[in-house]
Ligand binder design. Structure first.
Ligand code: NOJ
Length: 739
């Protein structure tokens, strides 16, 4: 409808109807099954509130959506449709690798295409808004939600944020788009000590320089919604933080979309300690310009009295309501309240072969080869017997914790994929050990049958172990499919011990004693500490939670049908005590190397190197490559101009491969301390055997900008260092001057 018509509709609304638009309830309120992603609580709302509510949380399925919408509209005075919003984070029925793995593709175009497919699948099944992308910058692998982030780099995360929003929203055409909701605003990934929901406290410079850019990129890409984070920002919870939401997001960035809270976050302002009760909590959230209250009774029960006694300005409710109505209008809901949701179309859409093919390709690109001693990989398909051992050998728990609407049955296990490639006499498999010794750390989640992982009693464990040792003894190579329990990462999945679970390590040690080569395939949702198991392994392939095509993608890589090309977007620590750990750190006044100080009085640990086990940007292929020195088109960059930095790269092997060529910059003397390096560009470069190619990056003044001492965003004249290499550690460098 036209905006004029929309305003006419708005003019007819009562205060209760306007407030209703600001309320999001779960399916249970409409008689549908609830998919709970937060603590259960009684909302204390009446049927009248349900009848005027504005949106529904996490109910999907075309028929269910139609049924709820029909029932709702039949009781609604003004016939304003509900919006169905859900967590469709990295795939719908076809599930891609977790976002942390998607980051490792260094291929935003691929991710844009994947998310477009997801929009098609999910919108056909009734999803109108997705709570994605989460683009929280991460630096601490203890945090379980590392799984949801593309990684630790602000610039790279921004490329993904843009691609993901564009993929979901396209041109907002019904049937192939969903409105996108960037989250969790802001800086949720910086929770202290990696503990879920914990405090975030940082300088405004740090916030703007590193934590905000990816959200901003999503907003600039036209993202329709933003979700507040659970944490504090400068002592004020994000959901009540007027500076963050109103001054920065709305005024400074020009965001005129809908701000929704995270689950129950308005109510939680009381526990945070900034509101005495739900009345004050509602007032604070409203004044901060939060439009939608997800899953509490706060707005429902408190806003009307706040307006009626003159405490709250009704114009705030009017503005919020209008923003939501405009979103409904943009979604086309006044013309088609189901937005084309259609069970037959949804079913057909998921069967589209191109969707499975996309999931396979992305999983192949997302996996990172971390070690390949003596080029043990790729494995020969014939002439040797291969043992597949470990709790992930035949597991469908490879889709990751946050694929809540996935069709788990579609997941291809590694066993199934290897059986297609190998003749029966060349292959054997067994579970070998449970995922965890004790599932109690998983709490009530561990009781969900589909998420149980592999568990067993002591007697069975002993039998499994013997079976694994016998199989390994009779084989030439051992492939271990091991990792975190699927529920050990994701929301509420913070941990202090991020090594491989104990029963898996025990089995690996015993298998190592047999002297057979070991290839470790890792399934996990965060960087792990691998220092203790790395020496046992001849090869390590980081498969993450690779999604529905996971097993097939691993098998393709293992046997060389395709070569690995994934590169890490998070540093893998040597020890948990190094955390937070990230490549773009400061030098300090006493860097461990090159400071002029020696020994004890430098910035280092007594018991562990400063460096990660595997650095940001790292990943091996089956080929090898040689990089030339960096050449510059000029050693002087004038303001507004550009210079070119080039390297020549040769594939020095007889195997094709893809290099991810990375450009880093450093400003060694500025008005504020700048990082030792910052990623500013990259190129995926396929190289045939023996092929040589030159890669050229433009360097512009824009790339040199930062928040200066006076908080201006600009570049300062002086010397800069440009570095190019296959990862953040192994770089070649040159210098230039900005005039
Ligand atoms: C809580 C999570 O933090 C958020 O990411 C999610 O979108 C909401 N629950 C809704 O399920």
């Amino acid at each position: 409808m036209t905006d004029e018509k929309l305003l006419e509709l708005f003019a007819q609304m009562t205060l209760e109807e306007k407030i209703g638009q600001l309320i999001q309830l779960d399916g249970g309120c409409y008689g549908a099954e609830e998919l709970s992603t937060g603590p259960q609580q009684k909302l204390g709302i009446t049927q009248d509130t349900v009848d005027v509510s504005g949106s529904v949380l996490n109910v999907l399925g075309a028929e269910k959506v139609r049924e709820i919408q029909n029932h709702y509209l039949s009781r609604s005075r003004l016939k304003i449709p509900l919006i169905f919003m859900a967590d469709v984070i990295y795939g719908y029925k076809t599930v891609y690798p977790i976002p942390l793995a998607l980051g490792c593709t260094w291929d935003p175009d691929l991710i844009r295409a994947d998310y477009h497919i997801t929009a098609q699948e999910a919108s056909a099944d009734g999803c109108m808004v997705t709570f994605s992308p989460p683009v929280d910058l991460i630096r601490d692998a203890r945090w379980g939600r590392c799984l949801e982030s593309p990684g630790e780099d602000p610039w790279l995360n921004s490329q993904y944020a843009k691609a993901m929003v564009e993929g979901f929203q396209g041109n907002m055409a019904p049937g192939e788009s969903m409105a996108s909701c960037v989250k969790h605003f802001a800086a949720y990934g910086a929770v202290e000590a990696g503990r879920e929901y914990n405090t975030v406290d940082m300088s405004e410079r740090q916030l703007r320089q590193n934590y905000l850019p990816a959200y901003k990129a999503a907003v600039d890409a036209g993202c329709k919604l933003a979700m507040t984070s659970f944490n504090t920002v400068d002592g004020i919870p994000a959901t009540a933080n007027r500076w963050l939401l109103h001054d920065l997001l709305r005024k400074e960035w020009g965001f005129d979309g809908v701000i929704i809270t995270d689950y129950a976050a308005i109510q939680e302002l009381i526990a945070h300690g900034v509101a005495a009760d739900s009345r004050q909590a509602s007032q604070l959230a409203m004044e901060a310009s939060v439009d939608i209250d997800m899953k509490t009774g706060c707005y429902a029960n408190q806003l009307a009295p706040l307006v009626q006694d003159g405490t709250l300005d009704q114009s705030l409710i009017d503005q919020a309501c209008l923003r939501i109505l405009r979103l409904k209008n943009e979604l086309g809901l006044f013309e088609d309240p189901y937005r084309g949701a259609d069970a037959a179309r949804a079913a057909a859409c998921v069967e589209d072969a191109s969707h499975a093919a996309a999931a396979l390709r992305t999983a192949q690109e997302a996996m990172v080869l971390l070690k390949n001693k003596n080029n043990i990989l790729p494995l020969a398909k014939t002439g040797q017997k291969i043992a597949l051992i470990g709790p992930y050998s035949d597991s469908k728990d490879i889709i990751g914790m946050w694929a809540v609407h996935a069709d788990r049955a579609r997941a291809v296990t590694l066993r199934a994929a290897m059986e297609i490639i190998l003749a029966a006499e060349n292959f054997g498999w067994c579970v070998g050990c449970p995922t965890l010794d004790d599932l109690s750390c998983l709490g009530e989640f561990g009781n969900i049958p589909a998420m149980k992982g592999v568990s067993a009693d002591d007697k069975t464990v002993a039998q499994w172990e013997q079976e694994a040792l016998d199989l390994a003894q009779a084989s030439d190579v051992v492939v271990l499919a091991m990792g975190e329990h699927m529920l050990q990462s994701g929301e509420g999945g913070s941990r202090t011990d991020i090594t491989l679970p104990a029963p898996q390590k025990r089995l690996m040690e015993k298998l190592h004693q047999l002297g057979k080569p070991i290839v470790l395939i890792l399934f996990n949702g965060r960087p792990l500490v691998l220092s203790d198991v790395e020496p046992y392994c001849d090869a390590i392939l980081e498969a993450w939670f690779p999604g529905t095509a996971g097993g097939a993608a691993i098998a393709d890589l293992l046997f060389g049908n395709v070569a690995p090309s994934g590169h890490l977007t998070t540093s893998f620590p040597q020890a948990v005590g190094q955390l937070p750990l990230y490549y773009n750190h400061f030098n300090t006044g006493r860097p461990a190397e090159g400071s002029g100080h020696h020994g004890r009085f430098t910035s280092r640990y007594m018991d562990c190197p400063n460096e990660p086990l595997y650095p940001f940007g790292f990943g091996l292929g089956y080929h090898s490559a040689a990089y030339s020195a960096v050449t510059l088109s000029s050693h002087t960059l004038s303001a507004g101009g550009s210079i070119q930095a080039s390297v020549t790269i040769k594939n020095t092997s007889s195997i094709p491969g893809t290099e991810v060529v990375q450009l880093y910059l450093r400003d060694p003397a500025a008005s504020v301390v700048r990082p030792v390096k910052e990623l500013k560009g990259f190129r995926r470069l396929p190289l045939k055997p023996g092929e040589t190619q030159t890669v050229t990056f433009d360097i512009t003044e824009e790339m040199l900008k930062f928040y200066t001492r006076t908080m201006e965003y600009k570049a300062e004249p002086g010397t800069f260092i440009v570095m190019i290499g296959p990862n953040s550690r192994d770089v070649q460098q040159a210098e230039f001057t900005l005039e």
